[in-house]
Design a protein around this ligand. Structure first.
Ligand code: ADP
Ligand code: TRP
Length: 313
């Protein structure tokens, strides 16, 4: 039986944090073996928010190092780069012509980013249609992402429906895969942990960097349990394991933070070692092989799409 396709992508927009790990990478790792899997570097999405070419280049390399360091096997998942497969932007254009401005206006991610001061450029506005193209080009059925991406997957379904209604059945309906009970990982300030908000615990940070971030977690002094510390701690230990500790160290925020640092360190230290050992040569090799596989599928699909819309003579 043919395996279903699974695809996800991360933006190379900065160092990964534990929110990315538990929201996107971990669900990917837990499930990708059951599917024909694709893991993309969403570099063109990053251009909507950042224009720093040297930094982008470095982050592209680092995100592939991250994929490999957390344990993704490039023989079992196609690791590729969005910008190398030009069919993504081509298909995004077609989707842009199918969805309306008021529909795109409802995107929470767009509104949030503009409210946070990001430039409302046209690329940021049509961002969900490039993401729809990423997903639909590969007949993806499963998309593991964090809670904040749920609406973007709905947008991809809408793009598929609009296209299929206009030109005949062409695209499959993808479904998001969101880890139950996880939701949004809070940052050190209690808001969603995000590269853009400077409130992260870095995934490949040194022990000192991790300790510094944990020590800065905002604690609410109204109760015995520092909720922000506890919420992050539940990612590393079960609630049953934590009950005793939080009972014993009631009100001792510093001790609880130190315990959290130890638990994070135990899990990330081996990944950090692998990360440090992967160089740019290896990254380029992995991308070259992945891009070839992705390109073959994308080319074939776009040939069909061009015929369906009527531009192929
Ligand atoms: P950031 O907000 O740090 O820029 P991205 O938007 O690049 O992160 O997100 C990459 C992936 O990680 C997405 O699938 C997203 O849903 C997930 N993710 C990011 N932040 C969190 C978080 N705080 N909790 C859970 N998942 C997250
Ligand atoms: N928008 C996603 C994010 O910021 C990244 C992304 C781009 C993506 N294309 C995708 C995720 C396709 C899943 C599938 O996290």
């Amino acid at each position: 039986m043919m395996k279903k396709r699974l695809l996800t992508g991360l933006q190379p927009s900065g160092d990964l944090h534990i929110g990315n790990y538990f929201g996107a990478l971990k669900p990917f790792l837990d499930t990708y073996g059951e599917y024909e899997s694709f893991l993309m570097v969403a570099d063109y999405h990053t251009l909507t928010s950042k224009k720093d070419s040297e930094n982008l280049k470095e982050n592209i390399v680092n995100i592939v190092r991250s994929y490999l360091a957390v344990g993704v096997d490039p023989q079992k998942a196609v690791i590729f780069k969005q910008s190398d497969i030009s069919e993504h932007t081509e298909l995004a254009w077609i989707f842009d012509t199918l969805v309306t401005v008021p529909f795109l206006m409802q995107a929470h991610a767009y509104k949030d980013k503009v409210a946070k001061g990001l430039e409302a450029n046209a690329g940021l506005f049509t961002y969900p249609m490039l993401q729809a193209a990423d997903i639909l080009l590969y007949d993806t059925e499963v998309v593991p992402v964090g809670e904040d991406q749920r609406q973007h997957i709905e947008y991809a379904r809408e793009a598929a429906t609009k296209f299929n209604n206009a030109f005949g059945e062409t695209f499959k309906q993808p479904k998001e895969l969101i880890l139950k009970g996880l939701g949004v990982v809070p940052g050190v300030d209690g808001q969603k942990m995000s590269k853009s908000y400077g409130n992260t615990i870095p995934l490949f940070g040194s022990r000192d960097e991790i300790a510094k971030a944990v020590m800065s977690i905002v604690t609410d002094s109204s109760g015995d349990r520092p909720e922000n510390v506890y919420r992050i701690h539940t990612l590393f230990k079960t609630e049953a394991e934590l009950t005793g500790l939080y009972e014993e160290k009631k009100g001792k925020y510093k001790d609880l933070k130190e315990a959290l640092i130890e638990d994070i360190e135990a899990q990330v230290a081996p990944m950090r070692e692998r990360y440090e050992s992967i160089d740019e040569v290896e990254v380029k090799k992995v991308l070259k092989e992945g891009n070839e596989k992705a390109q073959a599928i994308a080319s074939a699909k776009m040939t069909t799409v061009r015929k369906k819309v009527g531009v192929a003579l």
